[in-house]
Design a protein around this ligand. Structure first.
Ligand SMILES: Nc1ncnc2c1ncn2[C@@H]1O[C@H](COP(=O)(O)OP(=O)(O)O)[C@@H](O)[C@H]1O
Ligand SMILES: [Mg+2]
Length: 252
């Protein structure tokens, strides 16, 4: 199962991606988390230590291998075949960082996106393995190429106009790109009215609501990660995980 998180900046993509990774780990899954945001946060949230070489540099490795033994990505790598250098391991978790390098004009991070797309396309997963991609905010540099091999795109929104508009733009793009499964998750939902208005807005695409959790805010202020956090938002994310597993097994 390959899952990506998208949405406006600050809606909770990294937090929910990290919590979902932890929920899968707790259930015995092997998790490959990929931080595709040019300002990465997953290592901090998942309390992963060690130097991670950005995946963008894999382009060089791919070129090298292509000269010798054909392109690496035609080999259909398994998670454990991924070059050590690019992934830091912690228990059953592996973390990779995309590390997009932008042109001065802020242009497309195309070579990095291509590497990520190839990796996602050719990676072979067992039923107890999951890939979680924390995407860059918004739609400006929206990883068009990256999305194609994704099984499930989760668009996060808060119950306010700005993030709802961004979510709608992302849904439109995902539709154009024919992403298989796309759902909206509401985060920091304070009451039933807020949830009802998101349900009206997104109709059958609306999957799940997460409430406000002050402990998350407190941890952020103390720069504490989420590895040992078992609070309210985590319990909710465990239910979200169940829903995702049902969706995937119903379509498998
Ligand atoms: N359900 C929630 N309740 C309270 N705070 C939250 C919740 N979800 C996320 N946050 C906080 O919101 C901030 C932004 O979240 P983050 O995951 O970094 O967003 P993004 O990755 O979309 O930019 C963080 O400080 C995080 O702790
Ligand atoms: Mg983030």
């Amino acid at each position: 199962m390959k899952i990506a998180f998208s949405g406006k900046g600050g809606v909770g993509k990294s937090t929910l991606a990290a919590l979902l990774a932890l929920a899968f780990l707790e259930d015995g899954y092997k998790v490959l988390a990929i931080d595709a945001d040019p300002s990465p946060h997953l290592a901090r949230l998942l309390e992963v230590e060690g130097e991670i070489t950005p995946l963008a540099e894999l382009t060089e490795l791919l070129a090298e291998r292509a000269e010798k033994a054909g392109p690496y990505y035609t080999l259909n790598p398994k998670i454990e075949d991924l070059p050590e250098k690019f992934a830091v391991t912690k228990d059953n978790l592996r973390l990779m960082v995309l590390g997009a390098i932008r042109t001065a004009g802020g242009g497309c991070a195309c070579p990095e996106q291509t590497v990520l797309r190839r990796l996602l396309t050719y990676l072979l997963l067992t039923s107890k393995e999951v890939v979680i991609v924390d995407m860059e905010a918004g739609v400006e540099h929206f990883g068009r190429a990256t999305l194609t091999p994704i099984d499930l795109l989760i668009v996060i929104t808060q119950p306010f106009r700005g993030s709802v508009e961004t979510a709608k733009q992302i849904l439109k793009l995902a539709d154009e790109l024919k992403v298989k499964k796309v759902f909206v998750v509401g985060n920091r939902i304070a009451n039933a009215q807020q949830e009802a208005s998101l349900k009206r807005e997104f109709e059958d695409k609306y999957l799940f609501s997460l409430s406000i959790d002050e402990e998350l805010e407190a941890r952020e202020i103390l720069s504490k990660g989420l590895w040992d956090y078992k609070g309210k938002a985590y319990q909710e994310v465990k239910n979200l995980k169940k829903r995702l597993e049902e969706i995937i097994s119903a379509t498998a």
